[in-house]
Write a protein that binds this ligand. Structure first.
Ligand SMILES: [Fe+2]
Ligand SMILES: [Fe+2]
Length: 254
């Protein structure tokens, strides 16, 4: 059995950042100058992150509880949950301060943004993930199956595709958005170790080819949930990455 989760706990500790210190003042000025297509793409992606990060931050608690036989693994899930909560707060800051989305709290602001997100994306985060997390609490589902959905598909494919698309869109804007870019880069840095950690959990488990094939196929489909917010070229790129990642954890049918 491959262990070594302590490395991820150390990494998490060394990569902490504070979402409240990111300067969004230039972004706030630039926001009103966006063209309609830029506005729709960026707000759509941010809306997806708000839903996604809020959901993952909530449901990681079940993962931590399910890892109770391995204290270090449980500690890493807790460190990851702390990151996800920070990501949700960062994107909420963006929708509130930069995009000016109304609402008393994150839930109300997310509701105001719902019509910008596809039902497929909402379903992945608000139905599939909670269902698998509930299964963990009832001990019906294996932790590795849940990690397969969360770390390999939702983080490794869906959120990664959106994050790269946002960085790409910010780069091409006619106006600067340095605060949003900085926060997105820091989120992406955290997500890299989350996915690395998930890959390690999968690798340590005795998954059969059939389980891995399911993760492979579902991942390949899942990135399309963003609809036209992401180009098919970017989706292909993330799909290749997903396949390479699964190959490296031991999928054998190439
Ligand atoms: Fe996250
Ligand atoms: Fe994450």
């Amino acid at each position: 059995m491959i262990t070594g989760y302590g490395h991820f706990a150390q990494l998490a500790e060394s990569l902490q950042w504070d979402e409240t210190t990111i300067d969004l003042s230039t972004d706030i000025e630039s926001w009103t100058e966006l063209e309609d297509t830029e506005y729709d793409q960026i707000l759509g992606l941010i809306a997806g992150f708000c839903i996604g990060e809020t959901s993952v931050a909530t449901h990681l608690t079940s993962f931590r509880a399910a890892a109770s036989t391995d204290d270090m693994m449980a500690e890493v899930f807790a460190a990851q949950a702390r990151d996800e909560a920070r990501h949700a707060r960062f994107f909420d800051r963006v929708v509130r301060e930069v995009c000016g989305v109304p609402g008393e709290n994150l839930t109300e602001r997310v509701d105001a943004l719902r019509d910008r997100i596809s039902t497929e994306l909402v379903e992945l985060f608000e139905e599939r993930l909670p269902a698998i997390a509930r299964g963990l609490a009832d001990s019906d589902e294996e932790l590795t199956t849940a990690v397969g959905l969360y770390h390999m598909i939702l983080e490794g494919v869906v959120l990664t595709a959106g994050q790269h698309a946002l960085l790409d869109a910010l780069e091409k804007l006619s106006v600067p958005m340095p605060g949003m870019r900085k926060g997105m880069e820091l989120v992406l840095r955290d997500e890299r170790w989350h996915i690395g950690f998930g890959s390690r959990v999968i690798q340590s488990a005795d998954l059969v080819d059939n389980d891995l094939e399911k993760i492979l196929n579902e991942g390949s489909k899942a990135a399309w949930a963003w609809g036209d917010l992401i180009s098919s070229k970017d989706i292909e790129k993330v799909d290749q990455l997903h396949k390479r990642r699964l190959k490296s954890v031991g999928i054998k049918f190439w």
